[in-house]
Design a protein around this ligand. Structure first.
Ligand SMILES: [Cu+2]
Length: 389
């Protein structure tokens, strides 16, 4: 028994790495994941074969090009679909870049879609086709791809989109399920490293008729914000200072060691501690209906709006389910995006947090809403101001 306990099983990453090396050496390989790994190119081949065998004539569908914007903002879109399904063209350019993730200068060699953590949110309607151009510029050093949780087949597109530096690829998938979904990089052997280096984002697939409460009532929003929660694993030196590295590759062995503790050094909203607080606070006005989309590609989270509520909440983000109403805190499992709709009723500064309060206040998972408007004394009033007894 003891020897079994001491003999650590190979991790998924190690098996992937071993298999990749073995595959490169063109020799036979063993391991529990071997069938899955050999299946990857087969999946890609199957997808290509199926596409040839039963072509879908979408040549007459209108095309629309979307210019993505940096989170927490979301590109212009209509809440109800106008006309029939379209082919929505979008481009994501992968950027490997060093970012600073807190006020003390802790650095992460981030991997990003379009330069931001999280990547931009894409909005389409159910049954639209998403035609994504994924660009890996020659200035990058690593192989990447993209797995859309909203897509069907070929590892969410991951099996068809592996791009080396200097390459690009175009993937088209049909958005058949309505909801908010995570997308993330998932290159063989390095999935969690890329995801926890910032390489994730979200897509919102709206029902063609827009959002409803599940009982026939239309739900619309005046503003939408995209909050991407990110756990980082920055190694420390013997003095407890965050270590700095020249490249992502240099950092990898130490980062992997921290990752295996499952103890993040930072848990932040939109790439850094304070990225959505103070001057960068999200804005709203009393009476405005605000949709907050919140994704976490790797770890569970529990959003809470201090002093407010989730009027309508799709905690796991899928719009064919009726939303929960009047929520205080909602649970979003790792690898999921959720959505909450709230009409602000009081002015002031609200903190929007991960209500593991240690993660919010000590590690960074907090944002602010600055809300303008008139105070409603019926909802709350100070009867006796704090005073000496
Ligand atoms: Cu990647």
């Amino acid at each position: 028994m003891r020897s079994i306990l001491l003999k650590r099983e190979k991790t998924m990453s190690e098996q992937y790495n071993m298999t990749r090396r073995t595959m490169l050496a063109s020799s036979a390989f063993v391991g529990a994941l071997a069938p899955m790994l050999t299946a990857t190119p087969t999946l890609a081949e199957n997808a290509a074969a199926n596409a040839k065998a039963s072509p879908v004539d979408i040549s007459k569908l209108p095309r629309e090009k979307i210019e993505l914007v940096k989170p927490p903002f979301v590109h212009k879109h209509t809440q109800k679909a106008q006309g029939g399904p379209k082919i929505i063209e979008v481009t994501l350019t992968i950027q490997e870049k060093k970012i600073v993730v807190d006020d003390n200068g802790a650095e992460v060699h981030a991997m990003t879609f379009d330069g931001s953590v999280p990547g931009p949110m894409i909005v389409v309607h159910q049954d639209d086709y998403v035609e994504l151009t994924l660009v890996n510029p020659p200035t990058n050093t690593l192989q990447h791809n993209i797995d859309f949780h909203s897509a069907t087949g070929a590892l969410g597109g991951g099996g068809l989109t592996i791009v080396n530096p200097g390459e690009k690829t175009v993937l088209r998938f049909k958005a058949t399920k309505a909801g908010v979904f995570v997308y993330h990089c998932a290159p063989p052997g390095m999935v969690p490293w890329h995801v926890t280096s910032g390489m994730n984002g979200a897509i919102m697939v709206l029902p063609r008729e827009g959002l409803t409460d599940g009982h026939g009532k239309e739900l619309t929003y005046d503003r939408v914000y995209y909050v991407g929660e990110q756990d980082f694993y920055v190694p420390k030196d013997e003095n407890g200072e965050y270590k700095k590295y020249k490249t992502a590759g240099d950092a990898y062995p130490d980062v992997l060691e921290v990752m295996r503790t499952l103890t993040p050094s930072h848990i932040v909203f939109n790439g850094a501690v304070g990225a959505l607080t103070g001057e960068n606070a999200l804005k709203a006005a009393v009476g405005e209906r605000v949709l907050i989309v919140h994704s976490q590609a790797n770890r569970d989270t529990r959003p809470h709006l201090i002093g407010g509520h989730g009027d309508y909440v799709w905690a796991t983000g899928k719009f064919r389910n009726p939303p929960d109403v009047d929520q205080e805190t909602w649970f979003i499992p790792g690898g999921t995006a959720g959505a909450a709709l709230y009409t602000f009723e009081q002015p002031g500064i609200y903190a929007y947090v991960n209500h593991n309060l240690i993660e919010a206040f000590e590690l960074g998972a907090a944002a602010h809403f600055t809300v303008t408007g008139d105070w409603n004394s019926d909802l709350m009033t100070s009867v006796v101001a704090p005073t000496g007894t």
